[in-house]
Design a protein around this ligand. Structure first.
Ligand code: ADP
Length: 633
């Protein structure tokens, strides 16, 4: 069957992305070559992998290669590979559409930044790969023939809103991309990409480690005098060394950075690399990276995690999830395990003993390296924690085996220092002698918790309180009863035992004296509170609300309701500060005789204040406003 030439329109988002690339002011335009070579190298990996089960895909004497063919007269640059190639449908879905989950987010960030120019790290994070060639070319023709098929597909784009596809021919399997280059403009990063020296420099810079030869035919003069003649010889431009197989001292930073960009499809440098060679029972090598910035979709379902998995020099999986626990999903890189069977399936991997052992070792190695970073380079660690702290907290919750090693990696805001975050270890070292527990308070922001009435008695007594302002903190702490022998205790929940025995006794006495008032106040607001009690934690505010030990924090409860999660209504205890003038006067008025309506108004006013102080919404804001107005006349 022959397929007629067809003109197809890009989808709206793809079109937008194309326009961004075409008009990109991104100056390092030369990276287009890295992207195309990277794709070619992937295609060769895929072919080698497919040939494990179907040897006929690779003819005898086959060597995978990537060829560059510049034509300075016609101003074209051709990049071709003899990799797996694409079918007609694959060309349309891989090249004609950008079905990536990130495209929409990319557009949103662009709008938000009101930028014409897409910052490099953003382009990279959204992985525009193939389309980066539109930074340097006016038109692109791609011809691809899938291994095992006889015909090829031609895809052509020369500006505008649509592209053309038709059937074509190609001698072997693989893909050829012909770029019709824009005019050179070195100020705009548009060098002469047909120049032998420029091509050599770019390949060396970005793609030296690619494991297939990147070949450029070069013209040289040979012979002497009359015998002098021009000959064209193939030159391999890259050293093709698998960087992870080198010893760590031979890994150059620039090389590591470029390799990272290749494996992670990122355009910015990584924050840290972790290299390791294991010998003994299982032999493997790994080169892992922590990205410089958290991928935009790190917390979304569609995020693709895992390391590239090699066995005996063949890439057998692009993202092997089983070699790292889920919370370590931010780690990118490669794992080369010599003894894994090449045809191992995803299902058998999960239960493979070697993989389980590797996962355990890699996890510990990453934790150790992060701890080193924390101890040796505070600034860099802070940047790490800002980007990935929440994922480490996930680990505290889920990785029981390594919990004790993860805890020292945590950092929190606290009452101790406005500027600096504190570790649990440092907190512990500052604990007062009489302090039994590590105190924390949850809330939606530092401002809210810092001004919370719950803090008052703790501040007065000089007890440090950690601020849990990340939604994951509460989730994490639910699986973390203690740190280094000290319990973690929310000061927004349950009883607090701060005072001396005498003070406690005094409070008990007062509680008796206040009992009728407390009961009377509870009645009109019983829909919202469990009871009304006197407080041991307030010193300057009249009241606050306190949950039970197992309750969700109010801001988490709110977030869950906003996400339409059905959760039962959690009633809390309203605590009153018997030392506060408002409460003292209320008691005096109550003893002298107050009507039920007056008691109800007082109860509503106290409840409203307690809710406002913790940034919770009021059940009846208009009613509250009326009561406040009534007070003011
Ligand atoms: P990415 O490589 O990040 O997936 P690209 O836009 O660079 O994004 O490529 C999209 C897809 O097109 C690739 O995932 C691959 O399936 C296919 N592709 C691109 N270049 C080639 C090639 N040279 N050979 C075979 N397939 C390719």
């Amino acid at each position: 069957m022959t397929i007629d030439k067809k003109s197809m329109k890009f989808e709206a988002e793809t079109k937008q992305l194309l326009e961004i690339m075409i008009n990109s002011l991104y100056t390092e335009k030369e990276v287009f070559l890295r992207e195309l070579i990277s794709n070619a190298s992937d295609a060769l990996d895929k072919l080698r992998f497919a040939a494990i089960t179907d040897a006929s895909l690779i003819p005898d004497g086959f060597t995978g290669e990537i060829r560059l063919l510049p034509d300075s007269q016609n101003r074209t640059l051709t990049i071709s590979d003899n990799g797996i190639g694409m079918t007609y449908d694959e060309v349309i879905s891989n090249i004609g559409t950008i079905a990536r989950s990130g495209t929409h987010e990319l557009m949103k960030s662009l709008e938000k930044q009101k930028a014409e120019k897409l910052p490099a790290e953003l382009i990279g994070r959204f992985g525009v790969g193939f389309y980066s060639c539109l930074m340097v070319a006016d038109s692109v023709t791609l011809t691809s023939r899938k291994a095992g098929e006889d015909t090829a597909t031609v895809w052509e784009y020369s500006g505008g809103e649509s592209y053309e596809v038709r059937e074509g021919t190609r001698d072997t399997q693989g893909t050829t991309i012909v770029l019709k280059l824009k005019d050179s403009d070195p100020d705009d990063g548009l060098e002469d990409f047909t120049s032998e020296w420029i091509i050599k420099r770019i390949v060396k810079k970005y793609s030296d480690f690619v494991r297939y030869p990147v070949i450029l035919p070069v013209e040289r003069e040979e012979g002497e005098g009359d015998d002098k003649k021009k000959v064209v010889k193939d030159e391999t431009l890259n050293s093709m060394k698998a960087i992870w197989q080198k010893s760590e001292s031979d890994m150059k930073e620039e090389e590591l950075n470029e390799f990272y960009k290749h494996v992670a499809s990122d355009w910015s440098d990584p924050m840290l690399h972790i290299a390791m060679k294991a010998e003994g029972r299982y032999e493997y090598q790994t080169l892992m990276f922590i990205p410089g910035n958290a991928p935009f979709d790190l917390y979304s379902q569609s995020y693709k995690r895992g390391l590239q998995l090699y066995a005996r020099n063949v890439k057998i999986m692009d993202r092997c999830e089983d070699v790292l626990p889920e919370y370590m999903r931010f780690v990118k890189g490669v794992l080369d395990a010599q003894d894994l069977p090449l045809n191992i399936s995803r299902e058998t991997l999960q239960n493979n003993r070697q993989i389980t052992a590797i996962r355990s070792t890699l996890t510990k190695k990453i934790i150790t390296e992060l701890k080193k970073l924390k101890d040796n380079d505070e600034q860099k660690y802070l940047k790490f924690f800002e980007q990935f702290g929440a994922v480490i907290k996930e680990g505290v919750h889920s990785d029981f085996e390594n919990r004790d090693k993860l805890l020292p990696l945590l950092l929190f805001q606290s009452t101790n220092d406005k500027e600096k975050l504190t570790s649990l270890e440092d907190y512990k070292s500052r604990m007062k002698e009489e302090q039994e527990e590590i105190y924390y308070l949850s809330g939606e922001s530092r401002e809210v918790v810092e001004n919370s009435p719950h803090l008052e008695a703790f501040t007065k007594k000089g007890f440090e309180v950690l601020f849990f302002t990340d939604p994951i903190d509460d989730f994490m702490v639910s699986g973390l009863p203690e740190f280094d022998g000290k319990k973690l205790k929310s000061i927004g929940k349950g009883d607090v035992e701060l005072g001396s025995d005498e003070e406690k006794k005094e409070l008990e006495e007062k509680q008796k004296d206040y009992s009728s008032l407390l009961e009377a106040l509870a009645k009109p607001i019983e829909e919202h509170v469990k009871s009304v009690q006197l407080s041991a934690r307030l010193t300057s505010s009249p009241c606050c609300l306190v949950g039970s030990e197992g309750d969700l924090s109010p801001h988490i409860e709110r977030m869950m309701r906003q996400s339409k999660l059905a959760i039962p209504n959690q009633k809390r205890v309203m605590e009153l500060n018997a030392g506060h003038e408002v409460v003292e006067r209320l008691k005096a008025r109550f003893d002298a005789g107050m009507s039920d309506a007056e008691v109800a108004d007082a109860a509503q006013l106290l409840l409203g204040q307690a809710l406002l102080a913790e940034s919770s919404p009021l059940p009846d804001p208009a009613g509250f406003a009326k009561l406040v107005a009534k007070l003011m006349v």
